[in-house]
Ligand binder design. Sequence first.
Ligand SMILES: *Cc1c(COP(=O)(O)O)cnc(C)c1O
Length: 427
Amino acid sequence: MSSASQLAMLGGTPVVTISSGEQWKRPIEKEKELVGKLLDEGAVSGAGAGLPLEFEEEFREFIGCKYCLSIDHGSTGLHSALWAAGIGPGDEVITPTAGYIGSYCGALHLGAIPVFCEIDPKTLLMDPADVEKRITERTRAIIPIHMCGRPCDMDGLLTLAEKHDIVVVEDAAHAHGSEWDGNKIGNVGHIACFSLQGTDPGGKPVSGGEGGIVCTNDRELYERQLVFCHLHRKGVVDELTLPEYAKLDSQVLGLKWRAHPLALALAKVSLSTLVYRNERRRQNRKIIFDALRELPGIEPVHDYPKARPAGFYGGLRLIYNPEELDGLPAKRFVQAVHAEGAPVSGPGVGHMEHLRTIYTEGFDIWGNNRHPLNQNFKPHKPGDFPISEGLHERVLRLPAYIDPKEGFLDQYIEAFGKVVANYRDLL
Ligand SMILES: *Cc1c(COP(=O)(O)O)cnc(C)c1O
């Protein structure tokens, strides 16, 4: 066997010789300048004025929605959005088990019960047909996650929502700039929550260290969100126009979950490079997917026809079909590609939420057995979500490159080609 076809895992030479594919760097000098300016001015607290208001306005314009509210985290954005949507004790909220606890834990703390659903095996996103089967008279919200910036079937979910009088609270933590039918996520459903966690390029697509921002076109949802968690926001009393909320004072309902202005300064700089990063990542994803689609065993994740992905937090997804490679286990395939020098990880399709201890063994959330989850606890077990659990064994994760080094993507693709061409050596 020639050394060119000898797999690196079996002693051959790795295909990828260009180290560290990503060249893009965030504009740190701009971040320092803006943060420094706020420090000089002492403008390091508050909301509803100055930089925090400017950032909300810029983000609102970018999304194209009517209302936009910054908040301290994506998960508290979701928590307050769920409260705004009227979620309370005994209600049910539907969310994918291939999801994330931060998406729905607000509902749990409000006394509601998460009901898990399956994902579509082609898009790996919340499956509206499966959601519908799980709707009961207690269902109050659906929480889709636009995983890795790929929009869920918003037509399907909004149709269900209308039919059953349910609010769609979108987890858009990965999806800054993603579109559905030509409209940005945040300007499509009822209310969408973005995280601003981390640092570019590996953090949430718009990042400020810690932070979040919520978008809606619904005045009541916006005002409810304000009263829930924006104590002492500048001008909050003037913003409360609906009779039920206009009677509150500036201390509203007492919670203060606003974002730190220094975090929003970082997020403002991040937003300024988002369009470039999204465009480049889309182009590079197309190059990788078009090449890998030709290989047996590998199926790049599918998008809904009306979806235009962006953000790409968490990278790209491939569905691995072991039966096309004589049953070669996904884990061994990943190790072999990795040994060729191409970053790839997995298998895994996110968390399996139903297999967390709190759902397999129960957990007395409020103490004294008062939480509806304790009262109605039906333990989950492996096998309850066969589609999601099956995919969990065979979904691979790749980085979403912005500016890879010249020639890197060719080598990256070749690493997969080499492993597929020589897979029999791994059986
Ligand atoms: C990051 C994230 C969140 C929560 O955002 P934080 O800002 O970290 O609170 C919610 N959902 C998903 C899918 C996330 O990745």
